[in-house]
Design a protein around this ligand. Structure first.
Ligand SMILES: [Ca+2]
Ligand SMILES: [Ca+2]
Length: 229
């Protein structure tokens, strides 16, 4: 009986061990499943592509929704299977397939609207009263010897313009900038609405595609569009 009991006890111990092993195994599988769920990103959508199908191993360009793209354009820039980046307007996708400033790109500088004070520092804008006749003069770059100008808007405190701008390279725009002056056109001598000032837009201004200016003595505000050509 003792021997039988010993055998039964051994069998029970053995089964317990197996059960322990099984439970350990089951737990490990669960962990494995859990980590696999974390490790493998779900399909990011698109056309039902498998995100794992595009990687540095098989894509010299960039990955967009699991699809390898050339990685050489503004809207999808990158290399070695990295996620495609959208370059900002001030940037370009370089030959090295990365977004960087685009120094030779051309930008159009166009004053679009302004608000002029109701008086010329307490006096009428024109003899006998009446609103000013604003136009904008531009030096592009700011060091230029000659200027260009917008048309004159007759009798307006809120002039708008769509022509008479200038074009500059991005590097000039970010370094020396453009110079600007706003005038009230008169028969003999134009009245200054603003003095001549130099404006060097930031990358953020270029990405926003405009810059708002205000200036002494009587330019309340002016918007200048910065448009990449
Ligand atoms: Ca005047
Ligand atoms: Ca006038």
């Amino acid at each position: 009986l003792d021997e039988i009991n010993s055998i039964v006890l051994l069998l029970i111990e053995s089964m317990r061990g197996q059960l322990r092993n099984m439970s350990v195994t089951v737990f490990a599988v669960l962990v494995s499943c859990a980590s696999r769920t974390v490790d493998e990103p779900k399909d990011s959508g698109g056309a039902g592509m498998d995100a794992a199908s595009c990687s540095s191993a098989n894509c010299a360009g960039c990955c967009s929704n699991g699809v390898c793209q050339p990685g050489t354009i503004q809207a999808a820039c990158g290399r070695n299977g990295a996620t495609c980046a959208t370059c900002s307007p001030v940037q370009a996708c370089t030959a090295a397939q990365s977004c960087a400033l685009d120094p030779t790109s051309k930008w159009r500088i166009q004053p679009t609207s302004a608000q002029v004070a109701s008086t010329n520092q307490g006096s009428d804008w024109d003899i006998g009263g009446g609103a000013p006749d604003p136009f904008v003069e531009l030096w592009c770059p700011s060091t230029a010897a000659t200027s260009v100008r917008t048309p004159t808007v007759n009798d307006s405190y809120m002039p708008t313009w769509s022509s008479g701008g200038c074009t500059m390279t991005e590097i000039d725009l970010l370094s020396v900038g453009f110079a600007v002056a706003v005038w009230d056109e008169d028969v003999s001598v134009n009245d200054p609405i603003s003095g001549k000032g130099t404006i060097a837009p930031t990358e953020a201004n270029l990405n926003a595609a405009f810059i708002n200016l205000t200036a002494m003595p009587t330019l309340i505000t002016m918007t200048v569009a910065l448009e990449k050509q």
